[in-house]
Design a protein around this ligand. Structure first.
Ligand SMILES: [Fe+2]
Length: 313
């Protein structure tokens, strides 16, 4: 078993419309699915953004809680930033786009790559990383030129106080390989080590623990694509055999199947494989994300949910 790369990254945010405006309006990602968080009794949006099909590895998603959940505390044991891949020569386009819209940003370099840092309206850090080769196709339905379009997830950065057990967990548990270091940051890779197969860890031994749980200015979890059910169960068995029993049974998330596991760094990861039809399971390609979609076991509550949810259009 091995991980193929990212599947999706999930934020906890406040407003649904604000979230759509950031991911689709500013970053030019396609809103490929509009559904609800499948845990708990009350309806909260779960919004998915990615390329045309919402392929694994292009996906960023958000739980939109309105004011229902508290604001979180930034710190260790969390994902600090989400980095998306853009063509190397498009960074100028992106800085101009952000400046023209009054979005604060800064340019910097890390692990030999030029990057732009910006923030989601709820404060979550995003990065645009200039990459020479990324063969994933961007969504072309937004107002971002295809030559500058986001190709997918580049990496996430996890802040960690401890590194020894984490290093063992990543290598022996998840099958990752240490790739590079830059100051306090270490990069690990999976599969072929391409863009979208990299995870970064910032070792901050004195940084207090950040919030866990649904806090509406934090990244909730990071999902990696493990291919199929057999590999997912083998991975769960492997973690448990190592003594890491904080790993859930597979859960049906309608479009994919998820095992959640807590890393020694504190951040929550997920081992995931997609339903064969993915997001085309319940919508046509042209109309992905245009209306609320619910799994069969919630469909009887459709009208009630719509009445409670914030209008997005
Ligand atoms: Fe997830």
């Amino acid at each position: 078993m091995h991980f193929n790369g990212y599947h999706h990254i999930t934020n906890t945010v406040t407003g649904g419309r604000t979230d759509v405006e950031f991911h689709s309006g500013l970053l030019g990602l396609r809103n490929v699915k509009r559904t609800v968080l499948l845990d708990g009794k009350r309806p909260f949006y779960h919004l998915y953004y990615g390329n045309q099909y919402g392929e694994p590895g292009t996906l960023v998603t958000s739980f939109a809680f309105g004011e229902d959940r508290p604001l979180g505390r930034q710190g260790s044991g969390q994902v600090r930033s989400i980095a998306m891949s853009v063509p190397q020569d498009s960074l100028g386009y992106w800085s101009d786009r952000l400046a023209s819209r009054g979005v604060a940003y800064e340019e910097f370099e890390l692990l030999g790559e030029r990057r732009i840092r910006l923030h989601h309206p709820d404060g979550i850090e995003y990065q645009l990383v200039g990459v020479a080769v990324d063969e994933r196709l961007p969504w072309t339905g937004a107002d971002v030129p295809p030559a500058a379009g986001i190709r997918g997830v580049h990496s996430v950065m996890v802040v960690t106080r401890e590194v020894d057990e984490l290093d063992m967990f990543l290598k022996e548990g998840m099958g990752l390989v240490h790739r590079d270091s830059d100051g306090s940051v270490s990069s690990y890779s999976m599969a072929n080590g391409r863009v979208g197969q990299l995870v970064e860890f910032d070792h901050q031994p004195d940084e207090p623990q950040g919030s866990w749980g649904y806090m509406r200015n934090t990244v909730d979890h990071v999902a990696f694509d493990i291919g199929d059910s057999t590999a997912q169960l083998a991975f769960k068995d492997r973690l448990e055999a190592m003594g890491f029993i904080d790993v859930t049974d597979p859960r049906d998330r309608n479009y994919f199947y998820s095992c959640y596991f807590r890393t020694p760094a504190g951040a929550m990861f997920e081992a995931t494989w997609s339903h064969p039809l993915g997001f085309l399971k319940d919508e046509e390609l042209d109309s992905l994300g245009s209306s609320l979609q619910l799994p069969s076991w919630l469909e009887s509550q459709h009208e009630g949910f719509l009445a409670e949810l914030e209008p997005l259009d």
